[in-house]
Design a protein around this ligand. Sequence first.
Ligand code: NAD
Length: 291
Amino acid sequence: MKQRIGFLGLGQMGRPMVRNLLRAGFSVTGFDPQPHAAESLQGEAGFSVATSAVAAAEGVDVLILMLPSSPVIDDLLWKQGLASGMKAGQLILDMSSSDPVCSRDNAARLATLGIHFVDAPVSGGVKRAVDGSLAIMMGGEAVDIDTVRPALQAMGKTLVHVGSAGAGHAVKALNNYVSASGLLAVCEALVAAQKFGIDPHLVNQVFNASTGKNNTTEHKVESFMLSEAFNSGFALGLMRKDLQTAQSFIERMGSPDTFAQVCLSTWTAAEQSLAPGADHTAMYQYVRQQS
Ligand code: NAD
């Protein structure tokens, strides 16, 4: 018997992840407060819509969270009655990019109710959510990770158990710090080169054949930045949140965070200056405006 899954957060990432669970034969009950979020999933075999987050958790084996942030999750769990409405033996699988310290605290609090917790944030963006090839970093007890492994395998390709509860979220935030700083460096380099009269397409071509190559030069510059499409499906505000998580994590660990602070302040300024909901690749637009 396949597990019954509840799924909270049917946004850019949640919808394709649900589709891959359904394709793998899981039954999924979804909830999202946005009235149209579940529309494209209606009618898919095995999918049903719940009227609230608490209702989506009723009777399921695993409740997956693909939500914006830890404050949203804490509010749901401890103020909206999600945790108290769940039964001992159920498992919460937090695949959002959450704060590692909050997740570790939540895991301990949920354990006192007999509710299991695994954090399994993802990397790869909407494209890899659609084709089921996400990279997934997992934190939690090995036995709980074994419980959710089949569901994770339906959504991702590379699964790495990185440590205890919260460790997945720590690695995710740190990954996005490295990714966001790489993207910012590329924007600054391209804009300066252009001002010198060099074609930015050629600059990126050289980067991709040289040591400056990174995920941005390979997958974002042509498709989303130089094309002016700015529609990768990952909001700039979410990237800023991840950077904030990473910077405060590094600071709490007592490690040097000079570069993380500068990076965070630039992404924060970009978020304040660009239109609400701007894509993270619009950082290029922001850097160009500043130059
Ligand atoms: P999104 O904004 O498209 O989707 C989030 C959804 O959560 C929205 O539909 C929102 O209505 C819903 N939501 C908010 N409060 C809720 C509640 N109380 N109950 C149920 N649903 C609720 O965001 P996304 O891009 O899908 O990202 C989701 C998470 O995945 C974030 O933590 C993000 O940082 C992370 N992430 C995103 C990407 C990406 O490329 N988009 C990649 C990796 C990780």
